[in-house]
Design a protein. Sequence first.
Length: 196
Amino acid sequence: MSHLIVGIGGTTRPGSSSELAVHTALAAAERRGARTMRFGGDFLAALPHYAPERTERTDQQRQLVKAVRQADGLVIGSPGYHGGVSGLVKNALDLLEDLREDERVYFDGRAVGLVVTAAGWQACGTTLAALRSTVHAMRGWPTPLGVTLNSGQGPLFTPDSTCADPTTAAQLDLLGRQVHEFAQRFAAPTGVVRVA
């Protein structure tokens, strides 16, 4: 049985390093037999602002919620904007409040690989810590490895979207592997009892 790994991340800039990093980690999971779905910057930019008092959902919002509901693991990537998670990524995560009544609440029992890109190590570190805190709050398991990529040290990806640095490529491969291995071992069986 192949497990579904969902990727969320990117910016309004096509081919952003955070979106390509998520894509690279998902490709590593695919090489190991996973099925993947990716929600990049263009998709995230089209999502309406999350408003808890509004219950109507667009087709795109329903698509994201459905994919995460079915996911066995996730990869989330964000640029570090002023030391924190981007608005696009945070809005998508806020929408997942729609999973609050599920038997498998939010990210419960799922590994979540995290990738941060920023033009400096300080923003990388603070943004990764913020993402880890969000994943913990949503009952997910951040993978042991969190990947931080300093775009201030040169291009991270080539024009054909290949990772430009072998060390970075190896880290993203390991991240995809960790999410996939966790999904294989701990995917929840059907009929999981929700703990309140």
